[in-house]
Design a protein around this ligand. Structure first.
Ligand code: ATP
Ligand code: SKM
Ligand code: MG
Length: 177
């Protein structure tokens, strides 16, 4: 089985859906944010505050490349696609799935205090700045292989749609090994 990479903005459900999807497929889940935390022995929030976002992005890129390339579901962090080379890498190695969610729906999910506290960008930027980030990143997310709109779906339903869509997915012939 090709590795499945889940991408999308913070709160679109990559971690929640990825955990369910990996169970359904009987393969291990790899959460890139958790892999970075393990690699550094600090939370994402601590890494942002102590070392800065650029350092975090370097660890994130490294973690994506250290994960297995087959038989796995990889849940990326919301900003993993900022670096074009990460998106190219994932598209070349597996199937990249964009969990598309409108900004108002995301905002509602993220404003629960326990969700907000986990995400340093939400603690340091205003709503308009987060919306601008969302608009800016959309172009990158849209370069994925498969899209699933999560606005009206439960995580189980998102998982089901992914399973249906990957059955008919044909990888492009210009992948590089
Ligand atoms: N389809 C959905 N319907 C309702 N709530 C959802 C859905 N998907 C995710 N959520 C909720 O949104 C919150 C964030 O989800 P999750 O942590 O899976 O997002 P994420 O995409 O992994 O975010 P990040 O990029 O920050 O890692 C959680 O409280 C989760 O339960
Ligand atoms: O969207 C982002 O830039 C981020 C999303 C989270 O998954 C974490 O990777 C971190 O909080 C940054
Ligand atoms: Mg996550």
């Amino acid at each position: 089985m090709n590795t499945i990479y889940l991408v999308g903005f913070m709160g679109c459900g990559k971690t929640s859906v990825g955990n369910q999807l990996s169970k359904r497929l009987g393969v291990p889940p790899y959460d890139v944010d958790s892999a970075v935390e393990k690699l550094r022995g600090q939370t994402i929030k601590e890494i942002f505050y102590r070392e800065g976002e650029e350092a975090f992005r370097n660890y994130e890129s490294l973690a994506i490349r250290q994960l297995p390339l087959e038989h796995a579901v990889v849940m990326t962090g919301g900003g993993a696609v900022i670096r074009e080379e990460n998106l190219c890498y994932m598209k070349n190695k597996g199937i990249v799935i964009y969990l598309k969610t409108s900004f108002p729906v995301l905002w509602k999910r993220l404003m629960k205090e326990e969700e907000r506290q986990k995400r340093p960008l939400l603690l340091t930027r205003k709503k308009e700045e987060i919306q601008a980030l969302y608009d800016e990143r959309r172009k990158q997310y849209e370069q994925c292989d498969i899209e699933v709109n999560t606005d009206e779906l439960t995580t189980e339903e998102v998982c089901h749609q992914i399973l249906q869509k990957i059955i008919s997915f044909k990888p492009s012939t210009n992948r590089q090994n």
